[in-house]
Design a protein around this ligand. Structure first.
Ligand SMILES: [Cu+2]
Length: 623
C-alpha cells in the first residue's frame, strides 16, 4: 500500500476531473443491494436463477454525486446491483442458473458452484454468450462469487470490473435467517497505484449513504462480512465486543465452536475472505462499524467533486453527521430499552485527568499531548518533548473517571476511547455519537470536552483522534489506554507497551514507528521475568501489519493472553510462534519470558511498506 504525496493527490484529483465522462443516459442505474432479498425463484425445490452481466452507472453516494460506469451483475428483468444479486439457499438446495454476458468482453466468473469448491473453477462467457449451470449448494457457510473481464485475479482487478461481486450464503436447513450481510466494496482504478484513487463502500454505498441499522438494547444480531476487494480491511465496532463465529476464504467456510469463538472489537479480513460475527447492543445511542484504515473511512478523493464542494475531504458543516467520514462506514442506532437503564449509583470519588492537546511550536509533529494526572504528577522539568505518541493513560477497572480533553491547538478535534465500553455520548465521533437529542460536539480550539467512563474490564486499549483529517493521526494524536485491576499498580518491571503507528517523522516524512520512533532505542529487560507486552496498532492504513519477536533470526514462542482489551478464555490460551498479524485498531497482550541473556528483536513490517522497524529488547541477567 504505497502512499501518494500531496502532489500525487492533487494530480489525481485533476486527472479525475479531466476524465469527467460524457453523459450516457442509456446506462441503467446500478442500485445498492442491502442483501436481504435472495435472488431467483424456487420451483419444485430448485432455485431458478437468471443472471446478467451488464454495464451500469454506479453512484456510491447519492444520485447527484460522483459516479463510476461499472460492470455489474443483475437478475434478468431487474436493475443491476452492487453488490450482485444475493444467492441464499438452505444446504442441499439444487441451483439451476443461467448466466448471460451482455458485455463486449470475455468474462470469467468464479464461485458459482458447490461449496466448498475449487477457487480456480471459472465459468467463461464470451460476449453475448449464455451458459447454463446446475449444482448443489454444498456446505453451510458464507461465500461469494465474482468476475473479471480482464482475466485478472481478485487482487488485481481494476476499474469497471472491481465491483463485480455478490454474496452467496448457504444456510443450515431449518434455520430462519435473521441477520445482515455486508459486502465490502473497493472500486479501484488501478490496484498498483496504492491506496488513493479508490472508492470504499458497503453493500454498494459509501457513508453517509450506507444503510443505517436500528436495534433495541439486548437484541443480539448476526452479521456476515464479505471482502471481495483487493485490499485487507480492519473492521471495527464501536462500543461493544463481538464474537467471531467463523471465517472462510470464499470457497471453504469454517464455523467455530463456542470454545473457538474469539472476542474482538476489530477483526482483520484478507482479500477474498469472509467472517461471521455476533454482538448484542447493550447501551443506547449511535455507534459505528467501519474499516479502521483511514483511507477507507474518509471521503473518496477519487469521486468527482460535487457542485460547490472541493473534491477532497469536504468540510462538512458542524451539524452534519458526515463530519468528514466517508467510505466503509455503517451507522448503528441503539434505542433505549422499555425501562430506562438505571444510572449507576453515584460514585463517591471520581478520578479526574486532563489530556491537553496543543500545537507544537516546532511544527513537526503538528501536535503535542500532555497528561495532567494528579495521581502521577510529572515534574515540570521532565515533561517530554513532542513525539509521535501521546502519554499513556492508566485507568482502574470499575473506577469512575473523567478525562477532560482540553484543546489548546488551532484545530477542532475529537478523541475516541477505542475498545472501552463507554456511553455513546463519550465515544468521541463528533456529530454522530450520542443520540438524536444530543450528539457529541467537536472539541473546538480553546474548548474542552469531558469524557466520563467507568471501565468495566482491565486490558489494553487506545485513545486516538476521530477527526478524519489524516494530519491528526499522522501527527501523534493517539496513545495507549491501559486499564488495570483495582489491586494492580502499573509495574514497568513486568509490563511494557509498544505502540505501532505511522507518522510525519521530521525530517524524513512518513515512516512506520514503534513508540514514536522509526529506529527506537534498545529497551533493557530482565531474564527469568515474565513480561506482559502490550501491542497496539494505530497506524493510519497498516491493516496488513505484522509483528514478530526474533531471537537469532528465529521467532520465539510467546503466549497471547488478551485481544482488544479482553482476556482470552482459558481454552484459547496456548503458546504460539511470535509472528502474527496485528491490524489497525487491534491490540494484543502477550506474555514472554527470556531464560538467557541476549537481544531479541521486536519487529514490525508491512508487506507493502519497504522498511520494517526493529526495537531491540536487551535481556540482562536478573541479579
Ligand atoms: Cu479498509
Amino acid at each position: 500500500m504505497r502512499h501518494l504525496g500531496r502532489f500525487g493527490i492533487v494530480l489525481l484529483v485533476l486527472f479525475s476531473a479531466a476524465l469527467a465522462r460524457p453523459e450516457d443516459s442509456s446506462l441503467p442505474l446500478v442500485i445498492a443491494n442491502n442483501n436481504r432479498t435472495p435472488a431467483g425463484q424456487f420451483k419444485n425445490g430448485v432455485l431458478e436463477l437468471q443472471l446478467d452481466l451488464r454495464r451500469g452507472r454506479w453512484y456510491p453516494e447519492d444520485e447527484g454525486g460522483g459516479y463510476r460506469d461499472v460492470y455489474a451483475f443483475a437478475e434478468v428483468g431487474h436493475a443491476p446491483q452492487s453488490s450482485g444479486p444475493l444467492i441464499r439457499v438452505p444446504q442441499g438446495t439444487e441451483i439451476h442458473a443461467t448466466v448471460h454476458n451482455t458485455l463486449s468482453r470475455m468474462t470469467q466468473i468464479y464461485g458459482l458452484h458447490r461449496h466448498p469448491g475449487d477457487a480456480k473453477d471459472a465459468l467463461r462467457l464470451a460476449p453475448g454468450e449464455t451458459r447454463e449451470l446446475q449444482f448443489l449448494a454444498g456446505e453451510p457457510g458464507t461465500y461469494f462469487y465474482w468476475a473479471t473481464t480482464s482475466n485478472k485475479t481478485l487482487e488485481l482487478r481494476e476499474d469497471a470490473e472491481t465491483m463485480l461481486s455478490g454474496a452467496f450464503v448457504v444456510d443450515t436447513p431449518g434455520t430462519k435467517p435473521d441477520d445482515f450481510i455486508f459486502v465490502l466494496g473497493l472500486w479501484t482504478k488501478d490496484p498498483a497505484a496504492g491506496l488513493q484513487g479508490t472508492i470504499a463502500s458497503i453493500n454498494g454505498k459509501s457513508w453517509p449513504y450506507t444503510e443505517q441499522l436500528t436495534y433495541k438494547i439486548g437484541e443480539a444480531t448476526h452479521w456476515h462480512v464479505i471482502n471481495p476487494t483487493e485490499s485487507d480491511h480492519a473492521m471495527h465496532l464501536h462500543g461493544f465486543y463481538f464474537t467471531v463465529d467463523g471465517e472462510g476464504d470464499g470457497e471453504h467456510y469454517e464455523s467455530y465452536s463456542q470454545e473457538q469463538r474469539r472476542r474482538a472489537v476489530t477483526q482483520h479480513i484478507d482479500p477474498g475472505h469472509v467472517f461471521e460475527m455476533t454482538w448484542t447492543p447493550e447501551r443506547a445511542g449511535n455507534w459505528l462499524f467501519h474499516c479502521h484504515m483511514l483511507v477507507h473511512m474518509s471521503p473518496a478523493e477519487a469521486l468527482a467533486p460535487r457542485e460547490g464542494q472541493p473534491a477532497a475531504y469536504p468540510p462538512a458543516p458542524l451539524h452534519d453527521h458526515r463530519m468528514g467520514m466517508g467510505g466503509m462506514v455503517i451507522g448503528i442506532t441503539v434505542l433505549p430499552g422499555p425501562t430506562a437503564t438505571p444510572s449507576p449509583a453515584a460514585a463517591t470519588t471520581t478520578r479526574k485527568l486532563q489530556l491537553v492537546i496543543s500545537d507544537n511550536p516546532g511544527k513537526i509533529p503538528l501536535y503535542k499531548l500532555e497528561l495532567n494526572d494528579p495521581m502521577r504528577p510529572v515534574p515540570s522539568d521532565k515533561k517530554e518533548s513532542p513525539s509521535l505518541l501521546g502519554p499513556p493513560i492508566v485507568l482502574t477497572r470499575g473506577e469512575a473517571t473523567e478525562i477532560e480533553v482540553k484543546n489548546q491547538s488551532s484545530n477542532p478535534t475529537a478523541i475516541h476511547w477505542h475498545g472501552i465500553e463507554v456511553e455513546s455520548y463519550y465515544d468521541g465521533v463528533p456529530g454522530w455519537t450520542g443520540s438524536g437529542q444530543q450528539t457529541t460536539p467537536p472539541v473546538a480550539p480553546g474548548t474542552s470536552f469531558v469524557a466520563h467512563m467507568t471501565p468495566p474490564r482491565a486490558g489494553t486499549f487506545i485513545y486516538h483522534t476521530h477527526w478524519h483529517d489524516s494530519a491528526q493521526l499522522l501527527n501523534g494524536l493517539y496513545g495507549p489506554l491501559i486499564v488495570l485491576e483495582p489491586i494492580q499498580k502499573y509495574d514497568p518491571e513486568h509490563d511494557r507497551t509498544f505502540v505501532f503507528s505511522g507518522g510525519a517523522y521530521a525530517p524524513f516524512g512518513y515512516l512506520l514507528l514503534v513508540n514514536g520512533h522509526p529506529q527506537p532505542e534498545p529497551v533493557e529487560l530482565h531474564t527469568l521475568t515474565r513480561y506482559r507486552l502490550r501491542l497496539i496498532n494505530i497506524t493510519d492504513n497498516g491493516a496488513d501489519l505484522r509483528v514478530r519477536l526474533m531471537n537469532k533470526g528465529v521467532p520465539v514462542q510467546w503466549k497471547v493472553i488478551a485481544k482488544d482489551g479482553a482476556d482470552l478464555p482459558p481454552a484459547q490460551l496456548r503458546s504460539s510462534t511470535a509472528d502474527m498479524g496485528i491490524t489497525v485498531g487491534e491490540t494484543y497482550d502477550v506474555e514472554y519470558q527470556a531464560d538467557t541473556p541476549g537481544i531479541s528483536d521486536l519487529e514490525i513490517r508491512q508487506p507493502s511498506f519497504p522498511t520494517p522497524v526493529t526495537l531491540p529488547l536487551k535481556f540482562v541477567e536478573t541479579k
